[in-house]
Design a protein around this ligand. Structure first.
Ligand code: ZN
Length: 59
C-alpha cells in the first residue's frame, strides 16, 4: 500500500452533508457514519508514515 493510495482513499471518503461518508455511499451505496473505517485506516497509515519520515529526517 502506497501513500498515494491512502491519499486517494482520504480524498474520496469525505464527510457528506448529513454526516455520512460520501465515498462509501458513492462507491458501495452504503450509509456509513463519517469517519468510516477506511478513513480511519488510511489516516492511521499516514500517521505512521509521517512518523517514520520524521524519525528518518531526525537521524
Ligand atoms: Zn467511506
Amino acid at each position: 500500500m502506497t501513500s498515494e493510495q491512502e491519499q486517494a482513499i482520504v480524498a474520496v471518503h469525505v464527510r457528506g452533508l448529513d454526516g455520512m461518508c460520501a465515498g462509501c455511499r458513492a462507491w458501495w451505496a452504503r450509509l456509513t457514519p463519517y469517519p468510516c473505517w477506511q478513513v480511519e485506516w488510511a489516516t492511521s497509515r499516514q500517521a505512521l508514515a509521517d512518523t517514520a519520515r520524521f524519525l528518518e529526517s531526525a537521524r
